[in-house]
Design a protein around this ligand. Sequence first.
Ligand SMILES: Cc1cc2nc3c(=O)[nH]c(=O)nc-3n(C[C@H](O)[C@H](O)[C@H](O)COP(=O)(O)OP(=O)(O)OC[C@H]3O[C@@H](n4cnc5c(N)ncnc54)[C@H](O)[C@@H]3O)c2cc1C
Length: 694
Amino acid sequence: MTIDVPQEILDALTDVDMPRLPLEAGPPAMARLAGVDVPIYRAGCVVVGSGAAGLRAAVEMKRRGDDVVIVSQSAWGGTSACSGSDKQTLHTANTADQGDNYKAMARAIRSGGAMDEDTAYVEAIGSSRMMASLQFLGLPLPQDPLGGTLRYQTDHDEVGRATSCGPRTSRLMVKVLAEEALRLNVPFYNQTTAVKILTEGEGAGRHGVGILAMRAGDRTEENPLGIALFVSDVIVLAAGGPGELYRDSVYPNGCFGSLGLALEAGVELVNLTESQFGIGTRREGFPWNLSGTYVQAIPHLYSVDAEGVEHHFLAQYYRSTQELASNVFRKGYQWPFHATRMLDFGSSLVDLAIHCETAAGRRVFMDFNRNPPPVPGDLPFSLERVDEDVRLYLGKAGAGQDMPIDRLKHMNPLAIELYRRYKIDIAAEPLEFAVNNQHMNGGIMVDTWGRSNLAGCYAVGEAAGTHGVTRPGGAALNAGQVFGTRAAEHISASGRAKRAAAGEISAIAEAGITKLLAALRSESPLTVKSIRSEVQARMSEKAGIICDQESVSRALIEARKLNADIRAEGIAYGRAAEAVRGVQWRHMALASEAVLTALDFFIRDGGGSRGARAVCDGEGESLPHAKAGPLEEYRFRKESDAHRHEQIVVRLEGDEVRLSKRANRTLDENAKSFFERDWPAWLTGRIYDLGADE
Ligand SMILES: Cc1cc2nc3c(=O)[nH]c(=O)nc-3n(C[C@H](O)[C@H](O)[C@H](O)COP(=O)(O)OP(=O)(O)OC[C@H]3O[C@@H](n4cnc5c(N)ncnc54)[C@H](O)[C@@H]3O)c2cc1C
């Protein structure tokens, strides 16, 4: 398993240069709106965000002859370009021993529940096409000599559907898609943050007509905040996940997503209770998940208290050194926290233990120069005394070296190299880490074409709430590619983005700018900093992996109060750049209230522990144990089966967050297509269900 590859090849996998953006064309028109000189841009479709999902949508639309532009807060920012997103789950249609079929894959994708069955099938069947088209664009997915894609098994994946170009897979995806977008001359407005979706009409006739953005490049004396108007009847939200929602987060810096933006525009959200948490290094340093070989090397995990005293905290949880070491190893492929894995001394007891250390104000480290010390009274650590699955894996990998750093060097030298690039030498120093928020499974509610409830507004990638309670590793990137393509196909078939929108929306834009500016004040006790620390602390402490009815309810009351205060007092800003952040933090405060409202409702409704969270309850059926006995404080409710079949829908009515429930959409697995019968629906475009948009 030693990677015998020249250094420059390894370097190319970690240092991925991005293309240069061409100069932007100036605005074709200007208008004086709400006392501001506003540049007006027009397009057939505006894609908000330039991560892997947004770029895919833009490229697919442009190829179909649509008039599409991309606006992006930061061209190569966001999760795809900046995080350790390293695998994509694809259909394994290659050899008998790894054989698969789309229905089985769809079942695996939705196995955690609360996911639409048709969406899971769309993602499964779309995956082969996504893989082939990414390869066509130059994504270097690894192959065997006969052209088969090299694959491996990841979480929630029973046959080995994942593949990877190394630690920078998603950045490489952004690169090849961006190169294609530039080849196709898709106009790209960088440093452009969408701050308001503009709509027209009422009730079922309400539809999107454009967005307001803030652009550093458009700041003038007559427009100090750089407000710009993009007129467009079609909008694709591809702004990624709400990474800033939590203090303990492995998202890159500055990921705000579009939940607040969407809520304000009356767009419905779904499954906001569902996220992913796991161990990793926080965004303040170099945000990276500590899964795979990092923990399979079995380093020593310890904490340090305020007095600088070290604690071998896992020894209070596991009964033997063997049990402790084997569960540290299992975090490699059982990476996300799951309540049921806290039972029977499983691997999520590691997450719980780290959570407790952090809550007690201790810092937690991973030391690759020490094997785990013995659990008091037990034998010392030895590779001869680990569980059978661990022994077999390390044996096969040839990782019999004495020290964790040498095992890691042997199995995955890139893992060490990667941190070195960010000036962290894990071969020399212990690595500080935490249990972090990593992914939002919920988001904007969409149908199988990426349509939201607001006509003309689509959502793709992490912005969309297409995942259910769990998702197999790699499924997020695949979903972004599949739905980026599906939304583009749908928009193109509708013909609504063939040319730039010609609508006259000055009055709507003026009202929008007035509202936007009213919330930004030169004087207010509420600042970007104060809102950020309040929201992030509340979410990490009350809505992380461990929660309960009482603390979630209290957190919700506080979140509502914060939003009421923001409405009453606005947000103070000094510089223009702070004004953009002010709007984004207003949206984030709203998103946080929406998540807590859904979580509070879910728990009151008898919701149990699933996916990211353990719902603790003195009456709960499940009781994790530590070495010294039962952990009564963490007794938790079991998952309720009924909740697997439904989803919680969230919308904003006035200032109130409202909830409803809906059943998962189903799929008839026995339905078969029949060429002569079904061809006309394709030829006439009936498959796009365009009538629903009129
Ligand atoms: C550490 C880590 C590891 C992961 N590993 C995997 C993995 O192995 N496999 C997998 O499938 N998934 C993984 N994920 C999840 C996956 O990377 C993301 O879900 C995916 O990259 C999201 O892509 P996206 O295009 O939707 O959003 P992003 O890549 O986040 O892009 C969002 C874009 O929107 C822009 N933007 C945001 N707000 C605005 C606005 N208001 N106006 C204009 N532009 C805006 C941003 O600048 C950015 O360009 C991982 C995530 C993390 C954090």
